[in-house]
Write a protein that binds this ligand. Sequence first.
Ligand code: N01
Length: 545
Amino acid sequence: MISTTLKTVETLDAVVLGAGFAGLAMLHKLQNKLGLKAKILDKAGGVGGTWYWNRYPGARSDTESWVYCYSFDATLYREWKWTERYPRGSEILSYLEHVADRFDLRKNIMLNTLVTKAHWNEQIERWDIETAQGDRFSAKYLITGLGILSAANKPKFKGEENFKGTILHTANWPTTPVDFTGKRVGVIGNGSTGIQVMAETSKIAKELVLYQRTPQYSVPARNHPIDPAFLDGIADNLDGYFDRVRRSATVFAFEEATKGAMDVSPETREAVYEKAWQDGGGFNFMFGTFNDIAVNRESNATACDFIRKKIAEVITDPVKCELMTPTDLYARRPLCDNHFYEAINQDNVRVLDIKKHPIIEFTDEGIRTAEGEVKLDYVIFATGFDAVTGNFVRIDFQGRNGLKMSDHWANGPRAFLGLSAAGFPNMFSLYGPPGPFTNQPPAIEWQAEWVSELIKNMMDRSVSMIEATPEAEQAWLDECISIEGQTLFGKIDWWVSGANIPGKTKAVSFYMGGFGEYMKHATACAANNYDGYIQSGARTAMAAE
Ligand code: N01
C-alpha cells in the first residue's frame, strides 16, 4: 500500500520530471555542467522513458540509430556501437541505462516516484512538489521531460471484465516477455505501434486478428546491420554532422528534398519514389523525395497513388488488399515497417474492418463484432496515447495565482517556444507543446543545453525568476497555427491534433516550421536577453551554494 505520510521537504535547485532522453540530458547538464543540486523523479521502475514502458514485441525506433541518440559527448558517441539501422527498443533502453551510469546520474534519480502536484510558491519563488508517496521537494526550477507520447490511451469496450484471456496495452507492457507461440491474438490499432507488434507477433501466433479502423500508408523500413566503421566516420566529425542534421526540418540523417513533386515529369517522379521505396524509411519517403508532399494536395496524391500501387503488389489476396488500402491523405506521421504487408498476406492473419463493423463487446472467450465472435487468448491494445498534453493534465501543475495548467491549456497547449507557459515561472518543458515536430533526441539535447545556458545566465546576473510573457506565448502559438494551416497534417483526425481522444479539444500542438528555423527563434531569444520573457526578483540562494 502507498503511504501518503508527508515527509521532510528536500530543498533542491531543480527537479526534473522523467528519466527518458529529455530528463537524462537535462540532469547531466544541471548536475555535471552547472554543479547544481538536481533530481529526476519518475514513476517508472527504471530509466528509459518511452523505452521503459513500450517493450512490446517488434518495438523499434524508425529513426536511424546514428541520429537517434545524443551527440553532446564525443566519447559516448564513439563508444556506443549501434548494431542495426533502426534500433530495437531493448537496445535503446540499454543505451539510456548506459548513459545514466556513465554520467553518474543514478545517484540523483528517484524511480517508482509518481509526482502528483507541483505548485509555484509565490512567497519564496520556488516550486513545491509532492509525490504519491508523500515525498516533498522545494525547487527553484522545474523542468519537465514528460514525453508527448506517454499517457496511454486505453479505450474501454463493453464486457472487457468478462474476457478470460489476457488484455495488454503496448505502452504499458509487462517487464517479463510474453510468449505468443501458438496463441490466438487480437491486435486493436494499426498506427506505428500496431504495425510493429502485429508483424512481429504474426511470426509465432497460431492466429492473429487485426482490428483495423483506418488503413495506413506504410513504406518498407529496409532495416539492416550497420558497420561500426560507419559510426566511427560520423564520430570523426560529430559536431559538423549533427549541426547539419539539426539545421534540417526533421532532424533525420537523410537529405531533405528541395523540389516539389509537380516540378518533375511523371517518369522522374516515379523513379524518385521507387528509389525511396527501395532505400526505406517513412520520413525519408515523405520528406526526402519531394518538398511538398505534406503541403500540396496534388503532390500528396502522387505519393498516395504510388504507395497504394505498392500495397497491391505485396498483398496478393484481393479482399485483404482492399481492406488494407488507404483512401485518405498521406498526412499522418509517416510510417515504415518491417514486413507489415507481407505479414497481412500470411494465412494465420485476418483483418477485420471495425469502422464498418465496430467491436460490439468482449465475451469471455474473445471479441464479438457484427461479423461474429472471434476466440482469442490475448488482446493487444495498440491504441496509442492521450498525446502531447496527457501527462501535463494528469499532474496538478499550478503556476502563479493558482493558475492550473489544465485550465491554461483547456483549449490546447500554449507555451513560448514550446518551453515556457505564461504564468508558470522558472518552468521549462523539454520537447513540450507547441514545440518542434522532429526526430527527438538531437532536438531534445539542444533544448536541454539552451535551458541550462538560460539558468547559468540567470545565476550569473543574479536573476531569480524568469517567465514567458502572455504576448510572447500568444505570438508563438499564432505562428504555430499559421504554419500548421499551410500543411496537410491538420486536415485529418489523429493524435497530433488531439482528435484521437473522444471529447478532447482539437488544437495545434506543434511548431511545424522545422528544427532549423526553431533554433533560429530560440537563439535570437537568448541573444536578445531572453526576449519574450520577464525577468525579475532578488536573487534567492541556490541549494548548491
Ligand atoms: O498510436 P496511433 P501509436 N477503437 O494513435 C486505433 C510514436 N511511435 O501508438 O487511426 C479502435 O498512431 C487508431 O485508429 P484510427 C509515433 O510518433 C513511434 O501507433 O484512429 N481502434 C490507430 O490505428 C506514432 O505516431 C514508433 O482510426 C482505435 C491506433 O489505434 C505515435 O507514437 C513506434 C481506437 C492508434 O494509432 C503513436 O503511435 C511506435 C478505438 N477506440 C510509436 N482508438 C517508432 O518509432 C484508437 N484506435 C517506430
